[in-house]
Unconditional design. Structure first.
Length: 221
């Protein structure tokens, strides 16, 4: 990423707490949510998948303009890396015609690939896999790194990005990128739009669960 961008914690979805994340002089590229794999949330996910397959709910629409990557099972416990890739590869600062860095090169080589093909290409990308593993095992990490091929974990990462005036959900374990409707481009408008969708589609579905965490990919002011 450009040195002007960083990941920061979001401490809550109240307006005052969202205001702490960004001012009007900087931009927000994405919001990443970590949510618990609870029965209530996965029941809602299964319903959404059926509605996408049958097109039985006009409010749930795929977004075809995103750089979407399928998380194939062979990649193991790496949903955090997939979420970061979705945040970065769909950000405005990525030049998909520039192949000088590993992520730019991955975008350049897979621009015209299908989401499934991108997921397969990611499995073969030793550059990105090594970077992911090195960061996960860094002494700066705050948690013990689980095995990539270990048992399924009980939390999952998902990304929300601003793409061409829309709020788009990017989750490599879903059928496609999900279009959640129009979004303001300004930082506070985008954050509030993402917060509303996260509250409605995640937190309110399992309202007694407190195991939700958020961070933003933002430009430093």
């Amino acid at each position: 990423m450009p040195q002007s961008y960083e990941f920061v914690d979001i401490y809550g979805l109240d307006l005052d707490l969202l205001t702490m994340v960004s001012d009007s002089s900087s931009s927000i590229a994405a919001v990443i949510l970590l949510f618990p794999c609870s029965n209530a949330l996965y029941k809602a996910r299964r319903l959404e998948e059926r509605q996408l397959q049958t097109k039985s709910n006009n409010a749930i629409k795929p977004h075809d303009g995103a750089f979407f990557i399928v998380q194939h099972s062979e990649f193991g416990n790496a949903c955090g890396s997939i979420a970061c890739l979705h945040a970065i590869t769909n950000a405005k600062f990525i030049d998909k015609d520039d192949n000088r860095t590993p992520i730019n090169r991955f975008c350049y080589e897979n621009t015209n690939s299908t989401p499934s093909e991108r997921g397969r290409a990611l499995l073969q990308s030793e550059e990105l896999k090594m970077s992911s593993d090195n960061q996960a095992n860094s002494t700066a990490a705050q948690t013990t790194c689980p095995s990539r091929n270990g048992p399924d974990l009980d939390h999952h990462f998902v990304t929300f990005s601003y793409i061409n005036g829309r709020l788009v959900e990017l989750d490599g374990t879903k059928l496609c990128a999900i279009d959640h409707g129009p979004s303001p481009e300004d930082p506070q408008g985008f954050l509030q739009c993402a917060a509303n969708v996260i509250q409605k589609n995640f937190m309110q579905i399992d309202p007694t669960n407190i195991e939700f965490s958020l961070m933003a990919l933002r430009e430093q002011s």
